[in-house]
Ligand binder design. Sequence first.
Ligand code: ZN
Length: 362
Amino acid sequence: MSAARRWILRVAALVAPAAVAFAAIQIASRGTAIPIRALQLLALGAPALAGYVFARHGRWFGGGALVMNAALGALLLSFCAAPLPAEAPYLGDLPPATPPPTLAVYQLPTGVNHRTAAFAYRGGGFGDRRDFAMAAALIVHPRGDLLIDTGFGRDLPRQVALMPWRFRIVTDYQTATPAADQLVAAGRDPARLAGILLTHAHWDHVSGVADLPGVPVLVPAAERAFIDGGGWITAVARTIPAARLAVYDFDGGPYLGFPRSHDVYGDGAIVVVPAPGHTPGSVIVFVALPDGRRLAFVGDLVWQREGITARAGQPATSTSGQQRHGHAPRARRIPPTASRPSASSTASTTTALANGATRSAR
Ligand SMILES: [Zn+2]
């Protein structure tokens, strides 16, 4: 065999697993149209080529290629179904709640991220394209309206530019009307919001905070610390002025199997529990509606419904935690209000939240 041909084989052995990994991540992340069958053949042929080069054309090149194939195998295995153990169902009574009759929840969809089921959960299909919803939810409560997350804001392109290239090449988003503009269009003064209750501080949940100046951003201490130390994934959250971040404690008792809780208004209508994992300070927000229904806003604990129904975790490509699941909150579209609130009512609702439910961190 000529020296040139030997070098071609060595390089091919090294490039093949890297190419398969790159293509698999592209397909899973963005649904990029790459022939899956050809990729499968390459994935099967790559370790054979590495073994051949190891045996015949150089231990260093062949050994390196075998190590890369092992890493590729681990990556591809992480896409395979591996259901988490089934937990015993909760059979206790629902916690007491006396939501005010006027409490209402509205969804504010702000855009989507084009993904696939493979990206969302282990066992999901590479060809199963899913749009991950980027939504805020408005909770109307007489003691102060709250926004759960913000979804995409007006400044999204500039915010995405803060992220590293390896994130941008696997992210394909589409924007809709930002939450602040939806509030204004519905005749609601965004300044009337008593707070923005974050499920966690990733970019796609805080993007619209900048459109709502002066509204406190409510986070537990663990997420407050994560914002400062989270690296690029909290770069957008770090653009929020520190004075706007208000830290609350889990000062309540057990709630639906969670060890601690925080009842925002003391009426059981809006209860936050710690659910760390996706980020250190991720939370679930439970909302009790006046008609008896109960909602749970789970943030990014799962990205698609199968995360719950199939008890499926997320593949290795997803666990750096960039994106959002596809559950839009079950709620009505936001209607216009009959009249705009007065400045005094704005002040009183903000004060009620600040005094009754939160304490300022800094
Ligand atoms: Zn997230």
